[in-house]
Design a protein around this ligand. Sequence first.
Ligand SMILES: Cc1cc2nc3c(=O)[nH]c(=O)nc-3n(C[C@H](O)[C@H](O)[C@H](O)COP(=O)(O)OP(=O)(O)OC[C@H]3O[C@@H](n4cnc5c(N)ncnc54)[C@H](O)[C@@H]3O)c2cc1C
Length: 404
Amino acid sequence: MDIAVVGGGIAGCSAALHAAEAGARVALVEGQSIGWGASGRNAGHLPAATKHEPEEVVRLYGETFGPRIVEASENGPRTVAAIAERYGIECELAFPGIITAAHTPRALEGLKHRVEYWQKRERPLELLDRATLTAMLGSGFYLGGSIDRRGGSINPLAYVRGLARAAIERGARIHENSPARALHRDGTKWLVETGAGAIRADNVLLCTNAYTDELWPGLRRTVIPVRTVQFTTKPLSDNLLKTILPGRQPMIDTRRVLISVRIHQDGRLHFGCGPSMRAGSAPTWQVARARLLEVFPQLGDVEFDDWWPGWMAFNKADSWQMHTLAPGLFAALGCNGRGVALATIYGRDLARHATGTPASDLTLPMTPLDPVGLHALSGVGAAAIAQWWRIRDAVEMRGLKAQN
Ligand SMILES: Cc1cc2nc3c(=O)[nH]c(=O)nc-3n(C[C@H](O)[C@H](O)[C@H](O)COP(=O)(O)OP(=O)(O)OC[C@H]3O[C@@H](n4cnc5c(N)ncnc54)[C@H](O)[C@@H]3O)c2cc1C
């Protein structure tokens, strides 16, 4: 069995590794370098959940697949840890839990519902009152929050490179700087053509997510790439490190245009400050600084040392999708900002399917392509929605300040 994988992110590398483990002859082509896409650029939070609450997952995916997805997502951090251990991948895994901070009473109610759902099932989630959250966060900005002790953090670039190395050790061939330019049938096989050569394969797995191009007709139109920007500061002083997230949990908040914060092992603060649609624009240091200081005023004149953009794939279902595009041609994409663990799992699923597991036994159902209408305008639409969300967040926050 010959399998070609297109895309060298977590999904593609997981697919390559698991297909090679199953005895397939695997070749992966990546247009840039391993982890160059979202997999090497993300915030490194490792949540035990999809973006949706469990009931919503079941509503979206039905009674067969919904519970499987909830279970796979819950086990996501453990799956990543097991893979890292098995293949000796050093990727700074830590499991101090993940904090979610609520910006409105309604958002706090939502967290309460989540915590109750999981506490009933004896999972380690807790609601945090304002005083407790303030101490855990080093900020009194929020009304309260929750901690999910199943989650943690990871160095995602080290992880994806480790997956690729493990795949190579099991016989997979990995070609960087090799964008797949054409894909078509050649007798009973598929032919994946790059500028430098071609790969013949029985099955092809497309793992290109928000970076999906025109390789397969219609696939790109199923995703709306949304650009977000990440910043890191210079290492914080010991005093700041004692007050800001002293338990080293990564945190996100409940705003529509949310922020994410994590302290790296070397003391740098990693800050994700929401969508920014202007590709190629200079880092908006002032905006990032203002958003960061609003929550952590003690950071004062903190110096940033790096920034980078990354594209997330949104779609109509607002979550991961898996497709059979033609016999022997499969895709998994639609990461929606939750993908370190899920890309691992869905990449593994693609490999399992390509090596014989029936679609009915996978975690995600195989669904038809669901293109976004007026896709050419989706970038403009996403920017407008992000702006509308910002305004709504600001109005809600003003209401909150007025109450305090
Ligand atoms: C800024 C940011 C922060 C995030 N934070 C988190 C987080 O904290 N926690 C979390 O769980 N998830 C997070 N995510 C989501 C997570 O990073 C993604 O879900 C996951 O990395 C997707 O992996 P992937 O392999 O599907 O896609 P990618 O990693 O994007 O890989 C796709 C690859 O395909 C390649 N490619 C595209 N077309 C071709 C072609 N024709 N030929 C060859 N190669 C091609 C690209 O070069 C790219 O490397 C974040 C995402 C972003 C952008």
